[in-house]
Design a protein around this ligand. Structure first.
Ligand SMILES: Cc1cc2nc3c(=O)[nH]c(=O)nc-3n(C[C@H](O)[C@H](O)[C@H](O)COP(=O)(O)O)c2cc1C
Length: 203
């Protein structure tokens, strides 16, 4: 006899790979975020639970939000493309965010605000970087906003203090073992939620 809680786990987790979108939230000239995002993407590509791709917000046009109605009430064909389709297609997200004045970036907020349904009931993991606090304050702000978008922010994430000093000039982590536990926990957590929510969304 399978206990009720176990039945939920057995029936909740999809076995096929989930589509993971790694979103790079820094767009300024000379940014360090692309190094962090490339590392996250390469780690994601090692995981059998995901097929992973990168969305660089530099490649999209996000003006300050000026639409007459919120995206939650906007017809699908009026939402910004190809951003809407990319996010709609994804089952899970990792946002790679720096910390600017104890928050995350304005462009990232615009990218989140420009859609609604596309985010709903999908999991979000966060990799933050910055100075002493490793972008932790930006990550916490992002979690609050994610809940309002009906996403599921994972408990586990990666916090990278003084990130520029963590990678060598070729963009390789100098001490990969230091971040192995946190990125493994993050992807384990994200994979569980991605599978469970994918199955639940279908039903
Ligand atoms: C406008 C601005 C504000 C910043 N504020 C913070 C901060 O509050 N806390 C912190 O840890 N680092 C802060 N930093 C340092 C950044 O986290 C660090 O420069 C990081 O590399 C920025 O990411 P990027 O290079 O991908 O843009 C700030 C940097 C900028 C440009």
């Amino acid at each position: 006899m399978v206990a009720a809680a176990d039945r939920f786990i057995l029936s909740g987790v999809s076995t096929e790979p989930c589509k993971l979108l790694v979103i790079l939230g820094s767009t300024r000239q000379g940014r360090f975020g692309d190094t962090v995002a490339r590392w996250v993407l390469s780690e994601a590509q090692k995981r059998s639970e995901f097929t992973a791709g990168l969305a660089d917000l530099r490649d999209y046009d996000f003006p300050y939000f000026a639409d007459p109605m919120p995206p939650s009430r906007m017809p699908a064909d009026q939402r910004p493309q190809p951003w809407s389709s990319m996010v709609e297609d994804a089952d899970a997200f990792v946002i790679v965010t720096p910390e600017y004045n104890h928050g995350y970036t304005a462009i990232l907020k615009s990218a989140l605000d420009s859609l609604y349904d596309e985010w709903v009931r999908k999991p979000l993991a966060i990799v933050s970087y910055g100075g002493f606090a490793g972008g932790a304050r930006a990550a916490e702000q992002l979690r609050q906003v994610a809940v309002e978008l009906q996403m599921v922010p994972t408990r586990f994430g990666v916090v990278m203090p003084f990130a520029r000093m963590l990678f060598d000039e070729s963009g390789t982590l100098k001490e990969p073992a230091r971040f192995e536990p946190s990125i493994a926990a993050m992807f384990d957590d994200l994979a569980w939620w991605a599978g469970a929510l994918k199955t639940a969304r279908r039903s």
